[in-house]
Design a protein around this ligand. Structure first.
Ligand code: ATP
Length: 719
C-alpha cells in the first residue's frame, strides 16, 4: 500500500471506530428509555422520533456509510468532512450529524461532482449553495470492517482521479438472485433523474442495463425523504411486467429503508378493481402466437389488437360511446306509480343529465332512483284515503322495481361486452360507431367475453368505463406512479393511470430497443410524452450500460444494428472487460451435451452465481428442460405465470428474461429460422444478449442467424 493510501486507510479506520462507538452509545441511550404507549400526543410524537432513530441506527450499524465528501462552503470555515450513508445518523450527545443521509441536498454533490477545480453547487431549501470540493472518497465497510478506501477526487493531490475504479469493483462482483441498491455508486446522470422534482412525468429511455429499474426505486426513496409531508409510501405504486420480476426487485426498497409501496402488474391491479369479474386469457397462448417460429409470422402493426385497443383513438371512441349512452341511459318512458299519476321522463332526464351531471354515471342512476322513491313518498302523503294510499304504496313499489330493472345496472364488463355483440347493436352505438371495430376483433373479443375472458389490452378500456361509471375514489389516487418496461405499455394505459395519479407525478421507464411486445407497446415515446403538459414533463436518456462487460455490449449492439435500421441509441459500456462472446455451432444431438458441459463448468466455479439458458419459445424451453434432466442436469424451468425467481441455473424463454440478469447466459437456436434479420427478432436477441453480466455464449445449428453471421471483432470468438 502506498503511504498516502495507508494514511487514508488509518485515518478512516479511526473515524469508523469513533463512529461505531458513538452510534452504540446513542442506541444504548435510546433503548434505555422505556417505550411510551400512553395517550399523551406530545409523548407519542417523541416516541415515534425515538423509534425511527432506533431503527435507523440499527440498520446503519453494519455499514454506517459508504462515502466521504470534504466540502468548503463559500463564506464558511472549512472544509468539513461529510460522511454519507444510507441512513442519516445524529451524534449521541448533539443533534449534529454523524452520517448524512444520501438523499439530503448536500449529499447530491457526492454524486453530481465528477472532478475539476471549478466551484460545485447544490440546491438546498435555502437556495443554491456554492463551494469547493476538496475530497471525494469511496469506502467499503462490511459488518463494521473497513475493507476499501478509494479516493475518486483529491484537490490536494497530483494523482489523476480514478472515477470509475470503485464502480468497476462493484460491477465486477457476482450478483445473486435479487436486484440490489446502488447508493454508493449512483452516477451523475442517474442522480439527476432520482432527484428530479415530484410533480413531473419523467420518461426515461435507457439502454439495456443502464439502471432504469434501479434508478426508479431509488427515486421513490428520494421522493419519500424529500417530500415526506406530501407523499406516502402506501400511495405510491410500481407497475412491473410480471410477478416474478416484482420478486426479483423486491430487495431494493427494504435495503433503502422503504416499505409499504404498492407493487403490482397492470393486469393484477385491473382485476382487483374489476372485482375479479373477468379473467385474463392464458398468456402462454398469446406469447406462442406472437413469438412463433416459421415463415408466416403475424404482423405487429397498428392493426394488432393490442395496438388498436391501446390507442388513444380507441379511448376517444369509447368516450363517444359512453357519451351516447349517457344521453339515452334514462329508460324511454314516463314513470307512473299508479293510474293517473305520472313523473315525466323529461323530469327524470333533467335530474340525470343536468342536476347530477357532476357525478359518475352509476352514482347518478342511484341518485335518480332514490329521488323517484322520495317523490313517490311525497305523492303518497297527498293521498288521504287510507285504503287507497295502501293500495298505491304497494303498486308504486312494484312499479319502481320494474322501472329499476328496466334501467340496466351495467358493470364495466357487461357494458364493454355488449359493444362486441355481433347479433345486437346496443342503442347507444350508432352504425358508424359500430363500424369502427374491425370484424375480426369483434369476433375474437366476443368469443372470449362469452367465457368472461379478456386480453391485457382490454383492461384499460374496462377501467376507463369503470371510471366513467363509478369515478375514482381518493384511495385509488396515487402520489406517484412508476411504470417499468413502459415500452410495452399502451398510450391508453398511461392515459388511464394519469387519471389515477395526482399532479402527473410519474416515472416512466423503458427501452425502445427492447420493445419485443410491439403488438401492444409503443413505437415512439411521444405516444406517452405528449399526454403530459410541456411544463410538467421531462425526457431523459441513459446510454451507459452498467450490467454487461464491454465485449457483451459491443456484440449486442451489432445484433441490434443488423436488424433495426435506425436503432434509437446504442449502449456505451463502462470500461469493464471480460471474456469474448462465444458463438458455437452445434448439432441437434450435441446441444444438450454441450449445454450440460457448460452448466457443469459453471457450477464447478467458486461462487458460481446465476446462469440462464435462453430459448425463443416456451415449448422449446420445456423440451430442453426435459432433455437436460434426462442427461442428469437439473435446472429451474421458468415459464409464464412464474411467481418467483430462485437464481441458480434456469431455462427461460427470452421474453420472460426481460428485466432480469444472469452472470452467464447461454442463448440457443440462434439460426435463421429462429432469428431473422427483422427489427422484431433483432430486439428479441438483443434482450437475450444483454441479460448477461460476465459471460455470453450463443449456439446455432446449421447456419448462424443473419443477425450474428457477419459480426467481427476481438470481442467475439467462434468455436
Ligand atoms: N450506478 C450503478 N452502480 C452500480 N451498479 C449499477 C449502477 N447502475 C446500474 N447498476 C447495475 O446494472 C444492472 C442493471 O440495472 P437495471 O436492471 O436497473 O437496469 P435496466 O436499465 O432496468 O435494465 P434492462 O432494461 O436491461 O432491464 C444492475 O445489476 C444494477 O445493479
Amino acid at each position: 500500500m502506498e503511504s498516502g493510501l495507508q494514511n487514508a486507510y488509518q485515518e478512516e479506520l479511526e473515524q469508523l471506530n469513533h463512529t461505531i462507538r458513538d452510534m452504540n452509545a446513542h442506541l444504548e441511550a435510546l433503548r434505555a428509555i422505556p417505550s411510551y404507549t400512553g395517550p399523551d400526543l406530545t409523548e407519542q410524537v417523541l416516541e415515534s422520533i425515538r423509534d425511527s432513530k432506533r431503527r435507523n441506527l440499527t440498520h446503519a450499524m453494519p455499514e454506517p456509510y459508504f462515502g466521504r465528501l470534504d466540502f468548503h462552503e463559500s463564506g464558511k470555515t472549512g472544509p468539513t468532512p461529510l460522511y454519507i450513508g444510507k441512513f442519516g445518523v445524529e451524534k449521541a450527545d448533539s443533534p449534529e450529524l454523524l452520517v448524512v443521509d444520501w438523499r439530503a441536498p448536500v449529499a447530491s454533490l457526492f454524486y453530481s461532482f465528477t472532478g475539476g477545480s471549478e466551484a460545485a453547487i447544490y440546491d438546498s431549501p435555502e437556495g443554491a449553495i456554492e463551494g469547493l470540493v476538496y475530497l471525494k472518497r469511496n469506502l467499503v465497510i462490511r459488518k463494521q470492517i473497513l475493507q476499501r478506501v478509494v479516493d475518486t477526487f483529491d484537490r490536494e493531490s497530483d494523482a489523476i482521479a480514478v472515477t470509475d475504479e470503485f464502480l468497476l469493483y462493484r460491477l465486477g462482483e457476482n450478483k445473486d438472485n435479487k436486484l440490489r441498491d446502488i447508493v454508493s455508486t449512483i452516477q451523475a446522470e442517474q442522480d439527476a433523474i432520482i432527484r428530479a422534482g415530484k410533480n413531473n412525468a419523467l420518461i426515461i429511455q435507457g439502454v439495456a442495463g443502464s439502471g432504469k429499474t434501479t434508478v426508479a426505486l431509488h427515486r421513490l426513496a428520494y421522493l419519500l425523504y424529500q417530500y415526506r409531508d406530501q407523499v406516502k409510501a402506501e400511495k405510491m405504486i410500481i407497475f412491473a411486467p410480471s410477478r416474478m420480476f416484482l420478486d426479483y426487485i423486491s430487495g431494493v426498497l427494504p435495503e433503502l429503508g422503504v416499505g409499504h409501496i404498492q407493487q403490482t402488474t397492470f393486469a393484477d391491479w385491473a382485476l382487483e378493481l374489476l372485482d375479479q369479474e373477468v379473467k385474463l386469457a392464458d398468456p402462454s397462448e398469446r406469447l406462442r402466437y406472437w413469438f412463433a417460429v416459421g415463415p408466416d409470422r403475424p404482423e405487429m402493426d397498428d392493426s394488432a389488437p393490442g395496438r388498436f385497443k391501446g390507442s388513444l383513438r380507441y379511448m376517444q371512441w369509447l368516450d363517444q360511446v359512453l357519451d351516447a349512452y349517457e344521453q339515452i341511459a334514462v329508460p324511454d318512458a314516463d314513470f307512473s306509480p299508479w293510474e293517473g299519476k305520472k313523473l315525466p321522463r323529461s323530469m327524470i332526464r333533467e335530474w340525470f343529465n343536468v342536476e347530477y351531471k357532476h357525478e359518475s354515471l352509476m352514482k347518478r342512476r342511484e341518485r335518480v332512483l332514490a329521488r323517484i322513491k322520495r317523490w313517490i313518498e311525497i305523492e303518497l302523503e297527498k293521498v288521504w284515503e287510507v285504503h287507497l294510499r295502501k293500495d298505491y304504496k304497494k303498486k308504486s313499489g312494484e312499479k319502481l322495481r320494474a322501472y329499476t330493472k328496466s334501467w340496466t345496472a351495467y358493470t364495466p364488463f357487461t357494458f364493454y361486452k355488449e359493444l362486441f355483440n355481433p347479433d345486437a347493436r346496443p342503442a347507444y352505438v350508432s352504425e358508424a360507431a359500430s363500424a369502427f371495430i374491425p370484424e375480426d376483433l369483434r369476433k375474437t373479443t366476443w368469443a372470449a367475453a362469452k367465457k368472461k375472458l379478456v386480453q391485457t389490452e382490454d383492461f384499460a378500456p374496462l377501467l376507463y368505463i369503470r371510471q366513467r361509471f363509478h369515478g375514482i375514489h381518493g384511495d385509488l389516487r396515487f402520489d406517484h406512479t412508476v411504470i417499468d418496461e413502459a415500452q410495452d405499455f399502451s398510450p391508453f394505459q398511461v392515459a388511464l393511470l394519469a387519471m389515477h395519479t395526482k399532479n402527473g407525478s410519474f416515472s416512466i421507464l423503458g427501452d425502445l430497443s427492447q420493445g419485443i411486445h410491439a403488438y401492444q407497446g409503443i413505437q415512439d415515446w411521444h405516444e406517452m410524452l405528449d399526454q403530459f403538459p410541456e411544463d410538467n414533463r421531462g425526457y431523459y436518456t441513459l446510454n451507459r450500460s452498467y450490467r454487461s462487460t464491454m465485449e457483451i455490449i459491443y456484440f449486442a449492439n451489432e445484433v441490434l444494428k443488423n436488424g433495426v435500421q435506425e436503432p434509437p441509441t446504442l449502449a456505451v459500456p463502462v470500461f469493464r472487460s471480460g471474456d469474448p462472446v462465444t458463438v458455437a455451432q452445434t448439432g441437434d444431438a450435441s446441444l444438450a451435451a454441450q449445454l450440460t458441459e457448460a452448466i457443469a463448468a459453471h457450477r464447478s466455479r467458486e461462487g458460481a452465481g446465476t446462469l440462464a439458458v435462453l430459448a425463443r419459445t416456451e415449448d422449446r424451453c420445456r423440451q430442453l428442460h426435459a432433455e437436460l434432466a434426462a442427461a442428469g442436469c437439473e435446472a429451474n424451468l421458468i415459464v409464464p405465470g412464474q411467481q418467483q425467481y430462485e437464481g441458480g441455473v434456469s431455462i427461460v424463454p427470452v421474453y420472460m428474461a426481460k428485466g432480469l440478469e444472469f452472470d452467464t447466459v447461454l442463448l440457443i437456436d440462434v439460426d435463421p429460422e429462429h432469428y431473422r434479420a427483422t427489427p422484431q427478432d433483432a430486439k428479441l436477441l438483443y434482450v437475450g444478449c444483454t441479460r448477461a453480466l460476465h459471460e455470453l455464449k450463443l449456439y446455432f445449428r446449421g447456419e448462424p442467424s443473419p443477425l450474428i453471421a457477419g459480426i467481427e471483432g476481438d470481442f467475439i470468438t467462434r468455436d
